[in-house]
Design a protein around this ligand. Sequence first.
Ligand SMILES: C[S@@+](CC[C@H](N)C(=O)[O-])C[C@H]1O[C@@H](n2cnc3c(N)ncnc32)[C@H](O)[C@@H]1O
Length: 402
Amino acid sequence: MSPAECPERLRAEMVTELRARGALRSPEVAAAFAAVPREKFAPEASASAAYSANDTVVTKRNADGKATSSISAPWLQAEMLEAARLRRGSRVLEIGSGGYNAALATEIVGPEGAVVTVDIDPFVTDRATRFLAETGYPQVKVVLGDAEHAADELGPFDAILVTVGAWDCPWGHLLAPGGRMVVPLRFCGLTRSITFVRDGERFVGLDPAVCGFVPMQGAGEHREQVASLAGGGVTLTIDTGPVLDVEALERALTGERTELWTGVEVDAGVPFDTLGLWLATVEDTFGVIWQSPDQEDDLVKLVLRWFNPALITPDGFAYLTYREAPQGEAGGRRYEFGVHGHGPSGEDLAQRFVAQVKTWDRDWRRHPGPDFTLYPKHAVVADPAIGRIFPKRHTQLVMSWT
Ligand SMILES: C[S@@+](CC[C@H](N)C(=O)[O-])C[C@H]1O[C@@H](n2cnc3c(N)ncnc32)[C@H](O)[C@@H]1O
């Protein structure tokens, strides 16, 4: 084995990097990352790929080539474990298995605690069971089943770690009072990992973080409306609203476009993820646009590779774009936001979009972002003064700007 592929060395380097970027903050979580041999849970990857702090290891794909299971990226696992505030003796439920994350949790909770992990796919539970036994964590209880129906008698848990993209969150009743549930929650085409703390029947959301996960399968699966254009090169996604007319949107994409500029500038590398949340608050037509990395045409020019904000109607759309602006004070690259509108509704959408980018810039850009609270479906919830309620099957997600 070359020194570059030595797992112990790579593990130590990964821990150093995760500490340096602030993803690892507590000694307990750092010690777990230093102890668990990640490469043993990802035998399909080289040791250096397994220990890359930013990268997931895909472990299963469906017939279309889309990932259905993976070992999540170390930085995200570190953030989620830190957010869960596990202690020695905690009881933990993990939704979506793989083995590695359950082993990390087991290191933290110790022999006095307990870790249960549920996965819908027997391929995943079989290998997780095997890898956990081989690496010295046979005490983890691996359950094959659809987490939508996670049995009451499994709980209560001090923490629930959801490691699959969830559109809804039916697990609140399994959480002990004051317990924490870390969920990559999908709403209006976006995903935020949110830490929900149980307070009676409601769950108070903390620290929303941008992330992406493989989607939930089974009874909790949720399909957004998707219009795949330009042979799959450009994709529009919207969660609700009238049915999209794919042929009309295709014509809109290749037809004339409106270009408007906002005067709102951003330095390269500075996050602006509350802009999407603001647009989702005020615009029913909010969705996202993606460009395939293989698409070579200049049909669209997106600011973001993932989850680029868009407003979408059945026959037209507008999306956030950019152009180079004069350099910032520090001499770094700087961009101006603009909007491209396509189709019969494109110009109107683009004008509304520009107005909302300006509102965000004036009122919300320096604000930490909205609060999130989750309520059971039956709860009577007041409309937030500035915000939006996303109704789900089992819950209601309230996003509120205060
Ligand atoms: C990102 S992987 C989990 C990663 C894992 N926690 C780790 O150690 O890194 C997501 C998993 O969720 C599982 N999954 C999808 N839908 C599910 C459902 N309804 N119930 C339980 N598991 C589900 C998939 O089979 C997949 O293995």
